[in-house]
Design a binder for this molecule. Sequence first.
Ligand SMILES: Cc1ncc(COP(=O)(O)O)c(C=O)c1O
Length: 396
Amino acid sequence: MPTRTSSQPSRRSQVEPFHVMEVLKAAAGRQRTHGDVIMLCAGQPSTPAPAAARSRAVEVIDAEVLGYTESTGILPLREAIARYHHRVSGVDVHPDEVVVFPGSSGAFTALFLAAFDVGDVVAMTRPGYPAYRNTLQALGCEVVELDCGPDTRYQPTVAHLEALAASSGPPAGLIVASPANPTGTVIDSHVLAELAEWCEAHGTLLVSDEIYHGLSYERPTACAWETSREAVVVGSVSKYFSMTGWRLGWLLAPEALRRPLEVVTGNLNICAPAISQHAALGAFTEQARVELDGHRSRYAATRELLIRRLPELGLHDYAPPDGAFYAWLDIAHLTDDSVTWCRELLDDCGVALTPGVDFDTAEGHRKVRLSFAGSTQEVAEALDRMAASPLLRPRG
Ligand SMILES: Cc1ncc(COP(=O)(O)O)c(C=O)c1O
């Protein structure tokens, strides 16, 4: 008797699904029957790619072969990304230090393969972006979640790392995101600098997910390379640049990791989509910046609306929405089961939120994430509907 069936899935593939998929399925069902769904669960802009990127895409379809490119990305794009980092953070980046991938998701997979071995310990925040954990676990790494609460803006500090190092030694890696998903909080520049220095001194690879840069409202964002060029900086055209479906991200990588990254991504992906690489050249132009800063102004106005109106709904406890387009709300006074509560809210008034369980394995059953990436009117209408819903009345 064989010990396994031919199509048996691997143990490593048994990672957590995204629970929000259940809400999305239910939302699609309600849309078919009622046609009234307001989606506040999508972690993506509701706007298309900037006009300058779209017109480049149209031009190159006729003018270029659009075959495979260099696996690290076309030189003009790596130059544009290097100039972008210099403009926004003042760091000098050489185009050879930029490696382009199919989305930052593709960059994370390649980076984890290039930098970590099976059994390596990698730390991340809780709450945090679940794909870090799931991808690392699928690759055989051990994930340690750092419990980060309101006292540190849901972000890690050197104290978290010292405590971890005291119990099990310094981790092989630390992933931070600022602005973060799901909380939207920003790491203060001096805290990021302290983390970067600690990581460099302890042989820990700092992976700084900066894909929401460009979307911060009151607190400035810092780049990890301002302190340590041993860190890896992660970028993407998905969020500020409003190009999620084009699947284009990049890393700023220290010298020792550049060749391994090139080799790994060459094998995994050959290259990032050629059309997206050409289109992205348009996204780094002045013309696109004016358009994209307009989106940021709209997010900022919607954020103001939320800050004003959430307390009227009895939602007083939420993470400071410093950046991105998320509000991370505590609903402990309403439920202990955020998945069911989100389903019921959808059934009651057609508003789709994301249950917190995707992002926080300990407290997520009492949290939801509200995405304000849509239009301000849509969010205002959703808040009106929620205000009238019995699900917003505290449990007796
Ligand atoms: C914090 C964070 N990092 C990375 C990603 C992956 O983005 P992409 O692959 O579109 O660049 C996301 C997507 O939502 C995210 O929220």
